[in-house]
Design a protein. Structure first.
Length: 113
């Protein structure tokens, strides 16, 4: 049974930072590329960032330079460091092993003054 648990969301002011974590159990997840997605109310999930098993990364244009994805294979955890947060980053953030049907329950990020 695969479980993905996102954490680290919260309410912050514009310009502040958050670090999201995604713990993965029940799978050898570190063989997979791991993605972060985000979802705005009433919208489909949008791709944010990916980290491949070998460590290469890929980012969606609007967050490139502000967000950093990383992974700790020993802890089966993927992170998303989010800096210089903007109100438009407000969304529910999900982690997702690439090319699978597995999703966590998400963590809410709210950026507001």
């Amino acid at each position: 049974q695969v479980q993905l648990v996102e954490s680290g969301g919260g309410l912050v002011q514009p310009g502040e930072s958050l670090r999201l974590s995604c713990g993965a159990s029940g799978m050898i997840c570190m063989r997979y590329a791991m993605d972060w997605y985000r979802q705005y109310p009433g919208k489909e999930r949008d791709f944010v960032a990916r980290i491949y098993a070998g460590g290469a990364t890929y980012y969606e244009d609007s967050i490139r330079g502000r967000f950093t994805i990383s992974r700790d294979n020993a802890k089966s955890t993927v992170y998303l460091q989010m800096n210089s947060l903007k109100p438009e980053d407000t969304a529910v953030y999900y982690c997702h092993p690439y090319n699978t049907d597995y999703w966590g329950r998400g963590t809410q990020v709210t950026v507001s003054s």
